[in-house]
Design a protein around this ligand. Structure first.
Ligand SMILES: Cc1ncc(COP(=O)(O)O)c(C=O)c1O
Length: 398
């Protein structure tokens, strides 16, 4: 490995090796540098370091060798110059946007985004003088084009979106953004870089809730931003340093291990999710199924162009009423009811009462989240066991 530039290797190899030089650390597993500070070799060295004239480690709130290994690995697989790891997906989104905004400025985003992101944008940002503009029909590029004005600083999408699997047309939005000298930010959490590399589709900045597929087994809350060296360096030197949303080295270590199996896991996630979605589509107790891998998904053709697999997130609407959906959730025996996605275990959530309960019912209906919707994150179990479980749970619907 050391003889070749790590960037020259293919995706699966980068997931296993990038960022970690085994000969340098003398370990085949990345070490955890559990230290908040690092000795400066001289007064001059320290002065240069603090003026950002040389690379090095300053203080654990800003940098850490284990964190750097994860950041370098992520940047390699997302095809960006650099990455910056954060304490959570939300802090990654917050700081990625904050850096680009001044008081009175805004950005455009589809309404169909994760509920937590929606609340960051609609509740917290206005308190800071930022003005996000929500696009309801975000599949129509005209709607974006018309909403851009001189206060718009970037376009933001989550694709596929959680939980309604909206697919943003990344190349079309990148073109529009660049015609207006704006960057396009993509939350790539649901696809992971194994299924979609937004940079190859024209995006400028990629964000992850690393808590999900990158980690893979629900073991650490974490986030990451990937982008140009200039953008990442400036965030690290200013907002990241001032605010302190740093990641623990232990979590970076878990992410390094998680990424080693990312490709393998994503293949099995996709295979299981497609079989699960196809099964539900024919089920008489199911009203509708939303999964970009199904031909019935309104954006299946676009998803096919942008993704090499359709990930493991799907949602379905049960027949009947609220009580019926609750019954299904409460009847799962193997599937776990919780507010998470992207883990090895199959998880189910009732968005209207958990992840999206902060929205009003009207807001939920606008973004297509009825009370009877169940969101599933399909894991790596045997598909027959999963189908048996959902089947017995659906049989509880009157
Ligand atoms: C698409 C997406 N982005 C961001 C987040 C926030 O991530 P975290 O929980 O790591 O803060 C989530 C959480 O579910 C998510 O689904």
């Amino acid at each position: 490995m050391p003889k070749k530039q790590k960037r020259d290797f293919n995706f699966d190899t980068l997931c296993v090796h990038a960022g970690h030089d085994v000969l340098e650390t003398k370990t085949i597993t990345p070490p955890i540098y559990q230290s908040v500070a690092y000795p400066y070799e001289s007064a001059d060295y320290a002065a240069q370091l603090f003026r950002y004239e040389i690379e090095g480690f300053m203080y654990g709130r800003m940098d850490n060798p284990t964190n750097k290994m994860f950041e370098d690995r992520l940047a390699a697989v997302e095809l960006t110059d650099k990455a910056l790891a954060t304490s959570s997906g939300m802090s990654a989104i917050f700081i990625a946007c904050l850096h680009l905004l001044g008081k009175g400025e805004g950005f455009l985003t589809p309404s169909k985004i994760y509920g937590g992101t929606n609340k960051l944008f609609s509740e917290t940002f206005p308190k800071m003088g930022f003005n996000p503009v929500f696009i309801n029909d975000a599949s129509n590029i005209e709607n974006w084009s018309e909403a851009i004005d001189d206060k718009t600083k970037f376009l933001y999408v989550e694709s596929p979106s959680n939980p309604n699997l909206f697919i943003a047309d990344i190349p079309a939005l990148a073109k529009l953004a660049h015609e207006n000298n704006l960057p396009l930010l993509v939350d790539n959490t649901v696809a992971s870089p194994a299924l979609q590399q937004p940079i190859t589709l024209g995006a400028d900045i990629v964000i992850h809730s690393a808590t999900k597929y990158l980690s893979g087994n629900a073991s650490c809350i974490s986030g990451v931003i990937a982008g140009s060296a200039d953008y990442i360096d400036k965030i690290r030197e200013k907002d990241y340093r001032n605010i302190g949303p740093s990641i623990s080295p232990f979590n970076s270590w878990l992410l390094l291990l998680g990424m080693e199996t990312l490709s393998l896991r994503m293949k099995k996630h996709c295979e299981n999710a497609l079989a699960f979605a196809e099964y539900l589509e024919d089920h008489q107790k199911v009203e509708s199924v939303h999964y970009p891998g199904l031909k019935s998904h309104p954006q299946h053709e676009l998803a096919k162009k942008q993704l090499s697999g359709y990930s493991s997130l799907l949602s379905f609407v049960t027949k009947g009423e609220l009580l019926d959906a609750k019954n299904v959730i409460d009847s799962f025996e193997l599937i776990i009811h919780t507010g998470h996605l992207g883990a090895t275990k199959t998880l189910a959530t009732h968005p209207a009462f958990t992840t999206h309960q902060q929205l009003t019912q009207e807001e939920r209906m606008t973004i297509g989240i009825p009370d009877t919707m169940i969101r599933m994150s399909i894991g790596l179990e045997d598909i027959d066991d999963l189908i048996e479980d959902v089947d017995q749970a659906l049989s509880k619907i009157r």
